[in-house]
Design a protein around this ligand. Structure first.
Ligand SMILES: [Zn+2]
Length: 433
């Protein structure tokens, strides 16, 4: 081993902000990059058209990462002599982890969990999800290789293993990286209160005693709010199972009342649980039914709003008429996405982490207030995609890393490592192991 053969980790973006981690692990002539998202900054009011490379760099929406981006976008060549082996990975399909994936040079393979790999092209079908690739139509999504879970992918001297995890993005994964002398684990976005805590524990077990654990820390971003949620007044669902049970309970206790709902498109698993557990027949808006059809070839009852363009892949026999839904008060639980003024007075609408997401979005308050105007009860049923403070402690304790690096949080200093060192890197900093 020469002096050169050391593992380095460079933290290009997503450190003291929620989202957009971009991290490179390098060893000799091999290197990998994860994730490829864009930091979400709605206050900049940038449209997809505004987001050229220089703008993304200027506002630190992506990292200034050398030797990975497409030279057609950056104007800078990739040094293939310095790095003979390269690959990239994205942990899940949220935009702050995936939106910039088309910026990756076409010759560099991109890996993701199988669900993430299948859903992203469907989500970008209209060209309004991902940043565009050079020389392609905006609806293009570059190839994403569905990684075989828990199996090694060799990138020169580096091995990557993709593990199922749990987050409010369907198919979320974590990563274990091995160089010839070090093991590094990256949580992606993670929680213990979702549908699959068992998967998370197995992933953390595989990462046990990692030399470095790169952990997200969304849950420690608002220390001032912590007390509020821990107080007895906070009565929302504690986990995904309780959330689904609550939606079932509302149907059972309201046998003659119109009930509608909405969820976030990428939280497919919550939607599937609502569909499977609900006593009423669940009817989706055609756009959502089409997303499930094109990503997973699954068919569900659906409806169109008046005048909407039709999807050729949806089965005609599963269509429910919009008029039937508007007139119904007992048979259907249906996904309302517009025309709320047409809902029945006295009905119930369940907003389950759908858009608008919350108070930070200026559209949220007027959206909520409208329901009162229409005489419809508005109920927000939320469940976080991120580990809270206690869960983060448990995650760190299960790995017992020699070095902890908190990222993806407003307060990285609030995550501690009782098992070793903690490093709070600056943006762009390289650490040598
Ligand atoms: Zn996420």
């Amino acid at each position: 081993m020469t002096l050169k053969d050391k593992t380095t980790i460079t933290f290009y973006n997503g450190l003291t902000t929620i989202g957009g981690p971009m991290i490179e692990v390098a060893y000799n002539k091999s290197h990998i990059l994860f994730d490829l998202g864009e930091v979400y900054r709605p206050e900049l009011a940038l449209s997809l058209e505004d987001e050229d490379y220089d703008t993304l760099i200027k506002y630190q929406l992506i990292g200034d990462v050398p030797n990975f981006y497409d030279p057609k976008i950056t104007g800078k060549e990739i040094d293939h002599e310095k790095f003979e082996h390269a690959a990239a990975y994205i942990s899940h399909l949220h935009l702050d982890h995936s939106k910039a994936l088309n910026l990756l040079a076409p010759e560099i393979p991109l890996y993701a969990g199988p669900i993430t790999a299948h859903m992203l092209p469907a989500l970008n079908e209209k060209g309004d999800f991902l940043l565009p690739a050079a020389g392609h139509d905006k609806t293009y999504t570059r190839p994403i290789i569905p990684a075989k879970l828990r199996q090694q992918v060799q990138v020169g001297d580096i091995e990557m293993e993709v593990w199922e995890s749990d987050h409010d993005a369907y198919g979320a994964t974590g990563l274990i990286v091995r160089t010839p002398d070090k093991m590094i684990a990256y949580t992606g976005d993670i929680r213990l209160h979702g549908y699959h805590p068992d998967w998370v524990h197995e992933f953390l077990q595989a990462a046990n005693k990692a030399d470095v654990l790169i952990v997200e820390g969304t849950g420690v971003s608002w220390p001032e709010r912590q007390t509020e949620e821990n107080s007895e007044e906070f009565t929302g669902p504690k986990n995904e199972s309780e959330l689904t049970q609550e939606i079932v309970r509302l149907q059972v206790e309201n046998p003659k009342r119109q009930i509608t709902f909405n969820t976030y498109p990428t939280n497919v698993e919550r939607l599937l649980r609502i569909i499977s557990d609900s006593p009423r027949e669940v009817v989706l808006h055609a756009q959502r039914a089409h997303l499930l059809k094109s990503s997973f070839d699954q068919d569900y009852p659906y409806y169109y709003l008046p005048g909407e363009e039709r999807f050729v892949d949806l089965k005609p026999e599963l269509e429910v008429s919009y008029a039937d839904l508007l007139g119904d008060d007992h048979k259907y639980l249906w996904q309302a996405v517009a025309n709320y003024q047409d809902l029945q007075k006295g009905g119930l609408y369940i907003h389950s982490n759908a858009e608008p997401l919350g108070d930070f979005d200026p559209a949220y308050r007027p959206f909520v207030d409208n329901f009162a105007k229409y005489g419809v009860e508005y109920l927000a049923l939320r469940c976080s995609g991120h580990a809270d403070e206690e869960e983060l402690k448990q995650i760190i304790a299960e790995v017992q890393p020699a070095i902890l690096v908190p990222v993806h949080t407003l307060h990285p200093e609030l995550e501690e490592n009782p098992f070793g060192e903690r490093i709070l890197p600056e943006r762009g900093q390289t650490i040598t192991l």
